[in-house]
Design a protein around this ligand. Sequence first.
Ligand SMILES: CC(C)(COP(=O)(O)OP(=O)(O)OC[C@H]1O[C@@H](n2cnc3c(N)ncnc32)[C@H](O)[C@@H]1OP(=O)(O)O)[C@@H](O)C(=O)NCCC(=O)NCCS
Length: 197
Amino acid sequence: MITSAVPPVVPAGRMAAMDQPVLPLDCGLELRPWRADDADALVTAGQDPAVRRWNRLIVPSPAEARTRIERMHERWRNEQAAIWAIAPRDDGRAVGLIGWGDIDLADGSAEIVYWILPAGRGRGVAVEATMRLSQWALDELGLHRLRLCHSVANPASCRVAAKAGFSVEGTMRSALLHEDGWHDQHLHAMIKGDIRR
Ligand SMILES: CC(C)(COP(=O)(O)OP(=O)(O)OC[C@H]1O[C@@H](n2cnc3c(N)ncnc32)[C@H](O)[C@@H]1OP(=O)(O)O)[C@@H](O)C(=O)NCCC(=O)NCCS
C-alpha cells in the first residue's frame, strides 16, 4: 500500500458515498445528473461547431451518447469526475453540460468542463452554473483548488472564468491539441477562500 506523509485533502470514498445532488440555479434551470433520455442533446452538442471545436466532442449516435452517459455515472462512483446536465427545472431536456473532470481527492483538485447549446448562450447560464458548482466542490465535496483552462482563442470561455471568479494564473504553451493544431491555454484557478457568496 502507498502511504503519504500528508493526509488526503478529501478522504477516498467520500464522493462515492454521496448521491449526485440536484442544484437549482436562479435562471430557472437546474444542474442534475444526466439521464439516458438526454442522449439526443449530447449528439446535438457534438454537431455544434463551437462545442466540437472547444470541447473536442463528437458523439456519432444516440447509442454512443447513452454509453457516455453511463460512463459519467461510473466515473462519479469511481471518484474521477462529476458531470451534470444543465436543464429546465420542469423535467426538461438537457441544454448544456458542466462538471468536474480530473478529480484528485487526495490532492484536493479538479478541472471544470462546460458547454451550452447555442440557443441557451449569452444569458449568463455558464457563469451561474460555474459559480454554483465551484461552491459545491469547495464547500460540499471539500476540494481545495479548482482549475478552469481554455484556449487563448476562446474569449467567451475567458469571460466566463473571469465573471465566475477564477483568477488568471498564466498561459500554458501548446497545452491542448485541437483539430487545427496546438493551442496555448489560459490557466485560471479558484482556491478555497476565493469564492464569492
Ligand atoms: C463558453 C460558453 C460555455 C459560454 O456560455 P454562456 O452561457 O453563453 O456564457 P455566459 O452567458 O454565462 O457568459 C458569456 C460571456 O462571454 C461573453 N462572450 C461571448 N462570446 C464572446 C466573444 N466571442 N468574445 C468575448 N466575449 C464573449 C458574453 O458577452 C458574456 O459576457 P458578458 O456577460 O460580460 O456580456 C458557450 O459559449 C459555449 O458553450 N461555447 C462553446 C463551447 C465552449 O467554448 N466550451 C468551453 C471550452 S473551455
